[in-house]
Design a protein around this ligand. Structure first.
Ligand code: LLP
Length: 463
């Protein structure tokens, strides 16, 4: 992730400190379409607009900080995944990236399915009218009540994550007089090239049942014997923010290998495989993500090739992108507060949010971009660190980035590509209120998740 660092013209430093940053862009006013939502641009006054609404108006109407989500961009990305995979495959949007009722409705309208991993996500999906049979239910520790609700609602599949869960789900399904469609999640032993906390296919971790040592085969053996279960396939999710397709290739090879063993042992060809989500997006101009049609082509080819050589019917493929759909569609809009230049180091730019609205920098050392959005500036670039208002020195939103040297309190800045895992991982740390999600489209903005209020906080605190 690290980059070379020989930028020119910083305001507060003759010698630049160590860091992960590229030289400043030739023009800091330019907005790289790779990291910004599709309808983002600047108006004649240099103010950034999205969905036909300018950020000053958004800040006036909705306050800051706020997540601003480009609805057309979301729908287009969802549709691009749907179209790329065609009718012989299913796209399950991973709700953990960001879920709200408006999003569920957009997904439904665009023909996507939904992956949920908790009772709360399931409730959101059902309350917004997602048909239960288009919902997949995930998780390594689903509770009995969550499983019961999911089966009762008629979810299309439950992804079984352990030996205990195989028995538990079968038992609950039977007691409800149902036969539940299930997939079995396996770990294929791939080391995905991503942050350790978001890699999920190596064996030493909590998700799935290892392929190694015949454990996955044993899980299938047991599941096939249980009346409450209809085993429809095998699931593998290798991790997140992955650019390199080779991990998926190895995973597909090993999953198909298991399908072949199942056919040979049980005479059953399981009809589905799910290759999970995890496709990376551009957080900075240095990231080069793949397009959905390239990913679909690569995955379909791998699975078809592997099945042909194993003489298996090609199963129906499903994928579960979260970040790749919602991530690029939103930015976080902040107002600049205190600015603190530290000579020889960098300038600390404080904003009115922080690690409570974006924990990813602190947790995964994630890199983000940032831009001045309420005006343009021709001032010299300064090396900045965008920090929040929390009582913690690790409260960093953007670790190293260039902003114009004339930045001042009251300016609006925005951090792009915060649609995924920012609002969904937001907290109340320091009793800072979680920001709203504002959707913009055709010159209108509307709140889809409202800002938290002090009354909300106090209502939970029952004294
Ligand atoms: N399917 C399964 C089974 C998953 O566990 C995940 C993500 C996905 C799909 C969606 O992955 P995506 O396409 O969004 O990468 N909080 C971390 C990411 C954790 C992902 C957990 N599982 C982050 O902020 O990077």
């Amino acid at each position: 992730m690290s980059r070379s660092a020989h930028p020119a013209g910083p305001r507060h430093a003759d010698v630049l400190p160590e860091g992960h940053y590229s030289a400043p862009a030739a023009d800091l006013n330019e907005l790289d379409p790779k990291v910004w939502a599709q309808t983002v641009g600047r108006d004649a006054d240099g103010v950034v607009t999205v969905g036909g609404v300018d950020v000053k108006t958004l800040a006036e109407q909705h306050g800051t900080p706020a997540y601003v989500l480009d609805e057309d961009d979301f729908r287009e990305r969802a549709r691009a995944w749907r179209t790329a995979f065609g009718h012989d495959a299913d796209v399950f949007y991973a709700g953990k990236a960001f879920l709200s009722r408006a999003v569920v409705r957009w997904l439904h309208e665009e023909g996507l399915n939904l992956d949920v991993c908790s009772g709360g996500e399931l409730a959101t999906a059902l309350s917004a009218g997602m048909p239960a049979d288009r919902i997949a239910f995930h998780g390594n520790n689903k509770s009995v009540s969550e499983i019961t609700r999911a089966i009762d609602a008629g979810v299309g599949r439950i992804v079984l994550d352990s030996f205990q869960e195989i028995v538990r789900v079968a038992h609950i399904a039977q007691s409800l007089g149902k036969r539940q469609r299930v997939q079995i999640r396996i770990t294929v032993g791939v080391e995905a090239h991503t942050h350790e906390f978001i890699a999920t296919a190596h064996e030493d971790q909590k998700f799935g049942i290892p392929l190694a040592g015949g454990q996955a085969a044993e899980a299938v053996r047991r599941a096939l014997q249980l009346d409450g279960l209809e085993v429809i396939g095998i699931h593998s999710h290798i991790g997140s923010q992955i650019f390199d397709m080779s991990g998926f290739e190895v995973a597909a090879h090993r999953v198909v290998g298991l399908l072949k063993d199942i056919r040979d042992e049980h005479g059953v060809e399981l009809p589905e495989i799910d290759l999970g989500g995890g496709l990376g997006i551009a957080y900075t101009s240095d990231d080069d993500p793949r397009e959905p049609h390239e990913i679909a082509k690569a995955l379909t080819e791998i699975v078809t090739r592997e099945c042909d050589s194993a003489k298996l019917r090609t199963p129906r493929i499903s994928v579960e992108p979260g970040r790749a759909i919602v991530g690029p569609t939103a930015f976080t809009l902040y107002e600049v507060g205190t600015i603190k230049p530290l000579d020889g180091l960098r300038t600390y730019v404080s904003v009115d949010g922080g690690m409570s609205d974006n924990i990813r920098t602190a947790l995964y050392d994630a890199e983000y971009s940032v831009a001045l959005v309420s005006r343009t500036s021709d001032a010299e670039p300064m090396l900045a660190r965008v920090v929040g208002k929390h009582c913690e020195s690790g409260d960093i939103v953007v670790k190293d980035a260039f902003l114009p040297g004339d930045l001042a309190p009251g300016d609006l800045i925005a951090v792009p590509a915060t649609g995924a895992y920012c609002r969904s991982m937001a907290s109340n740390y320091n009793h800072v209120l979680r920001p709203p999600v504002v959707a913009v489209k055709d010159g209108e903005s509307r709140v889809i998740v409202r800002r938290e209020t002090e009354e909300d906080l106090l209502r939970l605190d029952v004294g």
